[in-house]
Design a protein around this ligand. Structure first.
Ligand code: HEC
Ligand code: HEC
Ligand code: HEC
Ligand code: HEC
Ligand code: HEC
Ligand code: HEC
Ligand code: HEC
Length: 375
């Protein structure tokens, strides 16, 4: 299964190769996983602003917050409305209209326009419509659309659908996702997904990755703050670096969940940041990098990312993180034998790799490469 799914490269389908059954995960004892269907996730996020305004004020800029939106959202509609896309390989045309405030797709391959009730992806990398399948009564099942919007403003083929060459009928619109896959899709892009008999209860869904998906037990935190003023809330800094990246790996993927051999040359892994980072000598040997006081320098996702906002595109910021340990002037860890500390480490040791014409991912497996500086 592993190899078969990965033949199309960095396919979206690759997420779905490893079935996730949210509440009955067999690794649940070993690796904690927030149950996306648990009512414990429903907290009044408006209240966080009372005391954490520094974080809540900017949270709307975080791709996490905007990763799933409805087809009635004006920003989402504006990306597609009145545009046309011709798939040259098949001759199929797609155009986008608005009807009763909802984005719809019309295609030369299918008789009637179909509603786009949801769009996945904030747009920092891509926004992919989910097309509603007409007349389905069983579970919630949607079509992942073959056309996506990319940050350059262009419409292009959805990553992983290069091989989809249907010319007629509903299959020309994209990959139909059966209920289990559709629910997983919403599961990683939402805070709370109530499901009954394989049907998502959209009236109570909380779209976007909100505070409760990463900070567990917030009901208790609010209760404590209201009653005692003392909090026992879990802090990420109290988790070990491996536990911390496993928490991100619930959605970004974990090495322990991949089957088969994990090799650095396998470019399909580049999408799964925690897999690469967890294999990097820097992460594995972080205990040997000591600060001036002799304490280990902690290294996990939060060293470079603030999950409450967008990524920092400035290489100087990231190189400064490298130099915290690879500090030639003190007795931490040896520096580069090729370039000086002022150089940009990323193109050689942590490059950005194209996944298709519109989209790049960053290889988080920090290492010495045979062919550094890829074009
Ligand atoms: C009435 C004030 C109050 C409210 C409301 C509140 N918090 Fe807190 N929170 C605190 C205080 C005080 C601390 C402890 C800060 C410290 O010790 O540094 C804290 C700690 C935290 C921490 C741990 C911080 C760390 O150092 O790792 C997180 C995470 C957190 N709150 C999230 C939330 C979220 C999410 C909400 C909304 C559901 C929320 N809080 C609502 C007051 C509040
Ligand atoms: C509940 C699932 C989930 C968890 C848990 C999660 N993420 Fe994400 N993350 C996402 C999704 C979905 C996106 C894609 C956002 C978008 O649509 O652009 C994302 C995007 C990102 C991005 C890219 C942001 C950008 O500017 O493009 C970073 C960085 C990131 N996450 C870091 C983290 C870190 C660090 C953690 C752990 C502390 C974490 N994530 C935990 C789901 C999750
Ligand atoms: C295991 C959790 C998980 C599942 C299941 C999942 N995603 Fe994601 N998705 C993520 C994370 C994490 C990111 C951010 C990192 C990345 O871009 O790969 C993301 C990013 C995206 C993006 C942003 C564009 C991009 O390529 O970065 C789109 C669009 C997207 N997912 C669509 C989907 C669709 C459609 C489905 C269901 C068919 C789905 N995802 C299922 C976790 C998941
Ligand atoms: C994708 C996972 C994720 C989400 C979603 C998330 N956080 Fe955090 N949060 C973290 C991580 C990781 C840290 C630790 C950061 C660090 O160590 O620098 C953190 C730290 C904090 C802290 C303490 C550190 C500080 O900078 O004051 C507070 C308070 C907090 N988060 C509140 C919130 C609130 C409020 C929300 C929702 C608006 C939220 N978080 C959403 C992952 C997340
Ligand atoms: C927390 C400390 C720490 C941080 C931060 C860090 N490294 Fe490292 N790095 C190490 C340690 C420790 C080793 C292993 C050294 C050894 O084996 O003696 C290492 C090894 C390496 C190696 C050699 C890898 C190999 O294949 O042998 C490279 C290259 C490297 N780091 C580059 C970087 C770059 C680039 C960054 C920033 C993107 C970075 N490191 C961030 C601690 C760190
Ligand atoms: C040494 C710094 C560093 C660490 C540690 C790190 N990242 Fe990144 N990450 C980057 C850089 C650099 C980018 C590209 C940022 C940009 O161009 O805006 C990036 C981009 C991303 C993206 C956007 C998609 C992509 O591949 O470009 C995601 C998602 C992401 N990181 C997740 C994570 C997660 C999850 C972790 C922890 C397992 C992590 N990162 C740890 C430096 C880091
Ligand atoms: C032009 C590409 C390039 C840049 C830029 C670069 N490196 Fe390197 N680095 C290399 C190559 C190639 C090697 C392997 C040299 C060898 O095998 O002798 C290397 C080796 C290393 C090593 C292992 C050294 C050893 O002897 O064990 C570390 C650590 C390292 N680099 C860190 C960094 C850091 C940190 C930066 C940014 C400040 C950086 N590099 C910038 C290409 C580069």
């Amino acid at each position: 299964m592993f190899a078969a799914v990965f033949v199309t490269g960095l396919a979206f389908a690759s997420w779905l190769a490893f079935p996730i059954v949210w509440e009955t995960d067999s690794n649940a004892d070993r690796i904690p996983r927030a149950a996306v269907q648990s009512e414990a996730l429903i907290v009044d996020e408006a209240r966080c602003a009372e005391c954490h305004a520094d974080i809540t004020a900017g949270y709307h800029t975080a791709p996490h917050a905007r990763t799933l939106r409805q087809g009635t959202d004006p920003d989402v509609i504006a990306r597609f409305l009145s545009r046309h896309f011709l798939r040259e390989e098949t001759g199929v045309e797609y155009s986008y209209i608005e009807s009763n405030g909802m984005l719809m797709v019309r295609s030369s391959a299918y008789a009637q326009p179909l509603p786009i009730e949801w769009v996945v992806g904030s747009g920092t990398h891509a926004s992919t419509p989910l097309v509603t399948i007409p007349n389905t009564n069983e579970g919630t099942s949607m079509i992942e659309h073959v056309v996506s919007w990319y940050p350059s403003g262009e419409l292009g083929i959805t990553l992983g659908m290069e091989e989809l060459l249907e010319k007629h009928g509903i299959l020309a619109l994209g990959h139909p996702r059966p209920p289990e896959e559709t629910i997983n899709c919403f599961g990683c892009h939402s805070t709370f997904v109530p499901v009954h008999d394989e049907r998502i209860d959209f009236d109570h869904l909380q779209a976007g990755v909100g505070c409760a998906r990463c900070h567990w037990d917030l009901k208790q935190h609010l209760f404590d703050m209201d009653h005692t003023g003392e909090t026992t809330i879990e802090r990420f800094s109290e988790l070990s670096p491996s536990e911390a990246i496993d928490r991100c790996g619930e959605c970004h993927r974990r090495a322990s969940e991949l089957g088969g051999e994990i090799r650095p040359e396998d470019e399909t892994l580049i999408r799964f940041a925690p897999v690469g980072l967890s294999k990097s000598p820097c992460f594995l040997n972080q205990d040997s990098a000591l600060d001036e006081q002799g304490n280990p320098i902690r290294f996990d996702c939060a060293s470079c990312h603030d999950p409450h906002g967008p990524t920092n595109p400035d290489w100087r910021f990231h190189t400064a993180v490298c130099n915290r340990c690879h500090d030639a002037e003190s007795e931490h860890v040896s520096g580069c034998s090729v370039e000086n500390r002022e150089s940009n480490c990323l193109p050689c040791h942590m490059p950005s790799v194209p996944a298709n014409d519109f989209l790049n991912f960053t290889d988080h497996w920090i290492r010495i490469r045979e062919n550094p500086r890829r074009e």
